[in-house]
Design a protein around this ligand. Structure first.
Ligand SMILES: [Zn+2]
Ligand SMILES: [Zn+2]
Length: 278
């Protein structure tokens, strides 16, 4: 299973010379297993992904974690949506209120965007998800809700041998009063346990988090405690704050690792990274 990062910035794209190492595009991940290919989130990174896709691919699955704008702002710029020969499936959370289609139409409409959903040459196939396990080709996907404002999903993707877990937006400390000591009561535990690679929200340092409780994100230190609890093999810190430069991200990691004894690898996710799991 191959995992490629097309965007790992949180909240807002952050291009600029100070962000050359970790990149400025918002959430977008490509996962390949044999002929099976899925995309997780449609942040600004999906625009470049669309340019590099093989024209042979006629069926594409985009799995959205939630509908905050940084996770879907690239959808209208994803060129395969305008190719009548390509079928695009869009999967996303069942909110229990407004339908996924109706939420997507809010983005694909003036004044936010000039093209209406109904004007696309081929209407995307919409799938609503809640706590569930399903298959796309050779990949088994377990999905569940997470602690984050609005209906938000995390994805556990398995090829039968390796597990990749994607949790870009997640407030760990809000979900359980006893975090990190109650795995079964911790949001996201079932999705992340024993994963070979976990991508997890690490928007803040511990001091910043104390003034942003309830905003839906985690500190890098909480992400590390969660990875330890879940016994993952590798943790890639994700959803980098848009105002944080490459240098400041490295300081964030250094501080989060201080006085920690860990038996797994922790690193900063960078746009362009490719991970081979098997
Ligand atoms: Zn986000
Ligand atoms: Zn969010």
């Amino acid at each position: 299973m191959k995992v490629k990062i097309w965007g790992c910035r949180g909240s807002l794209p952050a291009p600029g010379p100070e962000n050359m190492v970790y990149g400025g595009n918002t959430s977008c991940i490509q996962v390949n297993q044999g002929d099976t290919f899925i995309i997780l989130d449609a942040g600004s990174g999906i625009q470049r992904l669309g340019k590099y896709l093989s024209p042979e691919i006629k069926e594409i699955h985009i799995l959205l974690t939630h509908l905050h704008i940084d996770h879907m702002m690239g959808l209208g710029f994803f060129q395969p949506l305008y190719n009548p020969e390509v079928t695009v499936h869009v999967w996303g959370p069942d909110t229990g209120k407004e339908s996924l289609l109706s939420n997507l139409r809010r983005y694909f409409s003036p004044p936010l965007f000039p093209v209406m959903f109904s004007e696309l040459p081929k209407h995307p196939v919409i799938h609503e998800l809640s706590h569930n396990t399903f298959r796309i080709g050779e990949l088994e996907i377990f999905v569940d809700y997470l602690c984050h404002p609005g209906a938000t999903l995390g994805y556990r993707v398995s090829n039968g041998k390796s597990v990749f877990t994607y949790i870009p937006d997640h407030e760990l400390a809000l979900g359980s009063a006893n975090f990190p000591h109650d795995p079964e009561w911790t949001s996201g535990y079932e999705i992340a346990k024993s994963a070979d690679l976990l991508l997890h929200d690490s928007s803040y340092n511990s001091k910043e988090y104390s003034s942003k409780i309830g905003w839906g994100h985690s500190s890098a230190r909480d992400a590390i405690s969660f990875a330890k609890m879940c016994k993952v093999k590798k943790l890639a810190l994700f959803h980098h704050e848009p105002a944080r430069s490459d240098e400041q991200l490295e300081t964030l990691l250094e501080n989060a690792l201080r006085n920690q004894e860990l038996d797994f690898e922790v690193f900063l996710c960078a746009e362009g990274d490719v991970y081979e799991l098997d």
